[in-house]
Design a protein around this ligand. Structure first.
Ligand code: DX5
Ligand code: ZN
Length: 222
């Protein structure tokens, strides 16, 4: 599959979210980081702002929920119209039930794994999900250094997805930039979140294009 680029609005100006979305008009999805100050030590935004964003942009929203009790809170994001809703397996009580609920609301269902969470125990769930998010930094903040230790897990996940036969996108999030995207793509990732790399660039949309091109080349070798 052609790589998908998802700029993370976490690195943008929260007072001007609609304008920031317009600066990355070639994005495949806009990545929206929802943090509750419990699952991660940071607080960002929630459903009301996602509802406003949905009205302010035509780019599909990729909501990444770094929150406790996603079983309770995640379905509302799907119901509101987010194209993709990812919750963390470390926080979910009934991940299969939750993934089914998200799909029933019309969203793609994603599961997220912290850097130290192994992927193997979740392989049986692949037919129930549309995306697997592997964090390549500890979740909570933008602008952190990419964790190379996650690369073998990307390779393992790609192989497990292939074996399962399920159509699961493999997303990486954290420290993705011109320095690191090729390593991720050649390990098997096909959906890329980039926050600071995109929004700190002089031309964010050109950076989206550059990252997509690098991922396409590195991924085709794989
Ligand atoms: C971190 C978030 C990321 C963050 C990535 O917990 O999940 O989406 O925005 O930011 P960068 O690309 O700057 O590492
Ligand atoms: Zn994220």
């Amino acid at each position: 599959m052609a790589p998908l680029l998802c700029p993370s609005l976490l690195a943008s100006d929260f007072a001007r979210l609609a304008d920031e979305a317009a600066r990355v008009s070639s994005a495949d999805m806009l990545h929206v980081d929802v943090m509750d100050n419990h699952f991660v030590p940071n607080l960002t935004l929630g459903l009301p702002i996602v509802e406003s964003l949905l009205k302010a942009t035509t780019i599909p929203l990729d909501c990444h929920l770094m929150i406790e009790d996603p079983d309770r809170w995640a379905p509302a994001y799907a119901e509101a119209g987010a194209a993709s809703v990812t919750f963390h397996v470390e926080a979910a009580r009934a991940p299969i039930r939750l993934a089914r609920e998200l799909r029933a609301q019309g969203a793609r269902a994603g599961i997220g794994l912290r850097p130290a969470t192994p992927v193997e125990p979740y392989a049986d769930m692949f037919p129930e999900i549309d995306m697997l998010l592997l964090m390549t930094v500890e979740p909570g903040f933008g602008g952190q250094k990419f964790l190379d230790v996650v690369l073998p897990k990307i390779t393992i996940a790609r192989e497990l997805i292939r074996k399962s036969g399920a159509q699961v996108w493999l997303q990486v999030d954290g420290g993705v930039s011109v320095e690191t995207i090729e390593r991720c793509a050649s390990a098997g990732a096909d959906v890329f979140v980039a926050g600071s790399a995109v929004f700190a660039a002089a031309d964010p949309d050109a950076m989206v294009g550059q990252l997509r091109e690098m991922a396409t080349k590195a991924g085709s070798v794989h």
